[in-house]
Design a protein around this ligand. Structure first.
Ligand code: NAD
Ligand code: MG
Length: 398
């Protein structure tokens, strides 16, 4: 049994907060929570890739000290939109990292993809609280991220609903008595679609998730079930279990999110309504609970039925591919993540079909993984870029 990977530390009420990826689905849900009790928070920094209009609107409402936009060509536009305020403005990748490093008590990491890694590491170095929505940074550099968390005494609180439920259901003092962890999966929009029809599904169908409203990339990941594959790897890094102790269970209602099974046969599960404000509120209030989060309450009588089924790994190979990458170790999880990001984008751009996403990802892992785990951020960035180039060549040769 390995040591507890999520470090619990007595904390204080979050006060100074920053949001990395404030214009995204998680970022906007976080802002809704802050606006429930604006007097409790001082917003330090907001950041986004390119949505100037929304970023400026958020900045005018929340009055952060600093805003950062990744696309540097949009700096003049952002400056114009924030004229007359005394908000400091930055642009480019370095500005996103600067936003993450601004002293704060609580940082929401909600940039999508491996692009979140460097800013998340910068935020971790502060040694305060990271609410981690981004899962890709744990997939591509889980060992490094968790080592930094331990080194700086940072409190890492999972936002991803399954991991948040596991965190709440887990008795960290009895880690050796945990038998299994179970992540539930909705099964995505194509759960009941015959396998033969998957090759013809459109982007519009794939991004339309039955239960959750989310960004485009994670919605496509849910449709292929790669999201759950990435989440197995995420859970491995967050929790004190071995690779083989993590299961997936399809649960179309998405009410039960995670289950911890103990050695005596007891199972403790985490439930909530399908709204990401619930797990975000948990991290924002931690170690207390927010009294006035405004989040929807769970009404099980109204829901009536909760159903469960085993995942169909023949129809959705992503689970197997991700599990194999986790077991292979070395750079395999990093290549899995990079290849999947490139393939999902190619699917969204209508360059490849739905079934090509997992096929190409698996080919990319076979082609360019190596047995060495990247040991520094520079190595991760270099290998990530190599894996992206390799995937782009595979797509071009289709
Ligand atoms: P999204 O696409 O809606 O938002 C992404 C945010 O990141 C935006 O603010 C965007 O401007 C910013 N961004 C994108 N690329 C960037 C870059 N290169 N540099 C700086 N900023 C960049 O995504 P989302 O659905 O909010 O998901 C965010 C993360 O949270 C993902 O890792 C996702 O897997 C995870 N997550 C999301 C949900 C959900 O319900 N949406 C649930 C669990 C986990
Ligand atoms: Mg999830």
């Amino acid at each position: 049994m390995t040591a507890t990977r999520v470090k619990l530390k007595p904390s204080f009420n979050p006060k100074r907060v920053s949001i990395l990826g404030s214009t995204g689905s998680i970022g906007q849900s976080t802002i809704k929570l802050l606006q429930q009790s604006p007097e409790r928070y001082e917003v330090v920094a907001l950041s986004a890739r390119s949505n100037v209009a929304l970023l400026a609107e958020q900045a005018r409402a929340l009055k952060p000290a600093f805003v950062a936009i990744e696309d540097a060509t949009l700096l003049p536009e952002l400056k114009t939109a924030l004229a007359g305020t005394n908000i400091k403005i930055g642009a480019g990748c370095d500005a996103i990292i600067e936003a993450a490093a601004e002293p704060a008590d609580w940082v929401m990491s909600a940039i999508v993809g491996a692009a979140a890694l460097a800013p998340t590491l910068a935020a971790i170095k502060q040694g305060t609280i990271i609410a981690l929505a981004n899962k890709e940074c744990l997939v591509c550099a889980g060992e490094m991220v968790m080592a930094e968390v331990n080194k700086h005494g940072t409190t890492l609180l999972p936002v991803d609903s399954e991991h948040n439920a596991l965190f709440q259901a887990m008795d960290f003092s009895k880690a050796e008595m945990i038998d299994r962890l179970t992540l539930t999966a909705s099964g995505g929009p194509f759960r009941t679609l015959p396998a033969a029809e998957l090759k013809n599904v459109t982007v519009k169908q794939a991004v339309h998730h039955p239960n959750w409203s989310m960004g485009a990339k994670i919605s496509v990941d849910s449709a292929t079930m790669m999201n759950k594959g990435l989440e197995i790897i995420e859970a491995y890094h967050l929790f004190p279990v071995e690779k083989e102790q993590i299961d997936v269970l399809v649960h179309p209602q998405s009410i039960v999110h995670g289950l911890v099974s103990y050695c005596d046969g007891s199972v403790v599960a985490g439930l909530s309504f399908t709204d990401m404000r619930v797990p975000i509120a948990f991290t924002l209030g931690w170690p207390a609970r927010l009294e006035s989060s405004g989040t929807p309450k769970l009404d099980l009588a109204k829901i009536g039925n909760l159903t469960f089924e085993a995942p169909n790994e023949d129809k959705f190979p992503a689970l197997r591919i991700a599990r194999e990458a986790l077991i292979a170790g070395g750079s395999a999880p990093l290549v899995l993540n990079a290849a999947n990001e490139v393939a999902v984008q190619a699917f969204i751009n209508e360059k490849i079909g739905f079934m090509d996403i997992t096929r190409i990802t698996e080919q990319a892992i076979e082609t360019c993984r190596d047995s060495k785990t990247p040991a520094s951020l520079e190595e991760v960035i270099a290998l990530d870029s190599e894996a992206r180039n390799c995937t782009a060549s595979l797509i071009a040769s289709l």
